[in-house]
Design a protein around this ligand. Sequence first.
Ligand code: MGP
Length: 213
Amino acid sequence: MASAAVDYSNKHPLQNTWTLWFDNPGKKTSAQSWADNLKEVISIENVEDFWSTFNNVCKINHLSPNSNFHLFKQGIRPEWEDPANAEGGKYGIQFPKNKAGDAINEHWMNLLLAVIGEQLDEEDEVCGAVVSVRKSFYRVALWTKTSKDEEKVEKISKQLREILNLPEEIVIEFVPHVDATAKVAAALASATLEEGATEPVALEEKPEASKEA
Ligand code: MGP
């Protein structure tokens, strides 16, 4: 009996189209130049595209420090400034490199499957997912649209822990993007102040007259 031919052209669409981005600034970069390093890699519309991409891009544990992959809903840039992210925040989970090893690939895959499979109850909240390689740790993060509703933050955090099967000792840190932006702005301001401070400090030390007082 002849078996029915399998139609491999029949792809399985995802609920949303997703864009994969990559960046590696190489060294610490300023917030202004940060966006110049972002490179759009590919758009993913169906399950088959997802797996061919996931199986062919570099494994996370083989990436050099400072690298980031970002998978965001099409139309949302993976940056704080995008209107979809501006009011939102990041649920970040860090894994020390010496403990995680290549298990980071599985954590990243589980987060990706959760977002493209729209597994979170608050699926409309989701903007994207990020994996970051730093000197001593990896970090996976979920980016969402809102940050002010504490109950929602708590709920998403709890569900994320379940989906990623994280033990209690692993912390999920939620940071509103406005706080991240403010931190960068403060660092920039203090660096500018230090630069500008060289001259006035020298002047203040100079006057002999002050000894007269
Ligand atoms: P990061 O990768 O989010 O944080 O941002 P990490 O790795 O914890 O490093 P830290 O320096 O915050 O401890 C690293 C740097 O990249 C930030 O300080 C910004 O200068 C820049 N940056 C990161 N993001 C996600 C953005 C963004 O969305 N917009 C802008 N303008 N700069 C960003």
